[in-house]
Design a protein around this ligand. Structure first.
Ligand SMILES: Cc1cc2nc3c(=O)[nH]c(=O)nc-3n(C[C@H](O)[C@H](O)[C@H](O)COP(=O)(O)OP(=O)(O)OC[C@H]3O[C@@H](n4cnc5c(N)ncnc54)[C@H](O)[C@@H]3O)c2cc1C
Length: 409
């Protein structure tokens, strides 16, 4: 007897490389330098990241082997100039972030926490001396950063955080709990936001490893296990007990929660670009799959219902991309406001999550397999929908802007 069926249909997600998702030719807006940088990051994604990431994801391990290769791209620190940072344009920074997310959300988040949140806090809230102290090694990824804002009892309302800082001579003594703090199990530099007992204001304090590489007494991190998305980046719970931080490690220009918000507004736009990267990957893989997969004697791409899905996915993907480019222009002109950033994050995360879900559906059972990448993008989008302010929090910020009424409580 001759068996003609193969046990496993052959689909290579690399076939997505031939799919064009840029119907409005927005990539024409990139200059040659940005295009070249984007190509370098894409090469890293295709040749170094994608071949190994699913194994790390499944084992819930961080792919430390990729860090030197990521460092070699010379994109860490993004728009920050001086202090060994690359001083990229906003567009180049955003486009490279989207390209990383097109590959994988875990590595993107590792990078976003380090380069955007931790280095960004030092750049925006630190003194010149503090920038010079920490940024050069961080730009080379020789020192890794973390950003500790969220607490077990304060996520969306992190403005009410309870971690305290008490001045004692030349030091501050910190006490409290933090939760979901990416990179903090191995980070060299952890920005801890705490309430100064002297004036009740939230300020940033930089915890550094000791000279011998150990953690100072009073800081312990335990990785949260069993996560369904972004499994290859680690987020610990942190316990802070009488942690002593030199007074010189208080970020000199962080004087209130408003200053934390300045950092978050700048990184929120980056999360919209991240959603774009995930959505683009899922859309392109779904198109390639639909052209190849045959049912009822014809490629499923030829069925009206499938085409309708793909058409709506491309329309939403294009809307996300237009939003991202406009957001970038506004930031470039110094006109970016918190509601603008919130609308971009809300829209991109919501629609990006939907695009990934539709792509998963178009691929049937094969959409559930890690080897086809879409399942990973879909679960990563669940995290994007929640972190850096949930979908509902962004809509409340926008709602307050529209109505002038706060509906947070
Ligand atoms: C993978 C991952 C990585 C993260 N990395 C970091 C990190 O590096 N550093 C860091 O500081 N934090 C980090 N976070 C924390 C993240 O920012 C929070 O999870 C997020 O802000 C939501 O907080 P929460 O999980 O406590 O949810 P909650 O605030 O408890 O929200 C639960 C639900 O209630 C809703 N809700 C809350 N308040 C209202 C309201 N007033 N009206 C209507 N609905 C409301 C929310 O929208 C949500 O749907 C990370 C989280 C994850 C999952």
């Amino acid at each position: 007897m001759t068996v003609t069926q193969t046990a496993r249909p052959a689909f290579d997600p690399a076939a997505a490389d031939d799919v064009d998702s840029d119907l409005y030719l927005l990539d024409d807006l990139l200059d040659d330098e940005t295009r070249a940088l984007q190509a370098r990051v894409r090469d890293f994604v295709d040749h170094d990241l994608l071949p190994v990431i699913n194994g790390y994801w499944e084992r819930a391990e961080f792919p430390a082997e990729l860090v030197p290769k990521l460092a070699a791209l010379n994109i860490t620190g993004g728009t920050i100039s001086g202090h060994g940072c690359p001083g990229l344009s906003r567009l180049a920074t955003a486009v490279t972030a989207a390209e990383l997310a097109r590959g994988d959300g875990s590595l993107y988040t590792f990078f976003g926490v380090h380069s955007g949140l931790a280095m960004g806090s030092i750049d925006m809230l630190g003194s010149e001396e503090q920038k010079q102290r920490w940024l050069p090694a961080m730009a080379k990824l020789e020192k890794i950063g973390a950003f500790a804002l969220t607490e077990p009892d304060h996520g969306s309302d992190s403005v009410s955080l309870e971690t305290t800082a008490r001045r004692d001579g030349d030091e501050y003594v910190l006490n409290g709990r933090k939760r979901w703090i990416g990179n903090s199990s191995f980070a060299d530099v952890v920005i801890i936001f705490a309430r100064d007992e002297a004036d009740g204001a939230v300020k940033g304090f930089v915890m550094e490893k000791e000279a011998d590489g150990s953690r100072p007494d009073g800081f312990s991190a335990e990785v949260i296990t069993g996560k369904m998305g972004k499994r290859a980046v680690l987020q610990p719970d942190i316990v802070i007990e009488d942690l002593r931080i030199p007074a010189g490690n208080r970020l000199e220009n962080s004087n209130s929660f408003k200053d934390v918000n300045t950092v978050l507004t700048s990184t929120r736009g980056g999360v919209a670009w991240e959603a774009l990267g995930h959505a683009r990957a899922a859309y392109e893989i779904a198109v390639a799959y639909a052209k190849q997969r045959t049912q009822f004697g014809a490629p499923i791409a030829g069925f009206q219902l499938v085409q309708n899905k793909l058409a709506n996915m491309l329309a939403q993907l294009t809307a996300i991309k237009l939003t991202c480019f406009r957001l970038n222009d506004l930031a470039e002109q110094g006109r970016l406001t918190s509601p603008m950033a919130s609308m971009a994050k809300m829209f991109a995360a919501r629609q990006g999550r939907w695009i990934c879900s539709e792509a998963r559906d178009i691929m049937g059972g094969n959409g559930l397999l890690l080897e086809n990448h879409v399942a990973r993008h879909l679960t990563d989008m669940e995290v994007v929908y929640t972190y850096e302010g949930t979908d509902s929090m962004q809509s409340l910020i926008l709602g307050r802007h529209i109505t002038g009424l706060s509906a947070f409580a």
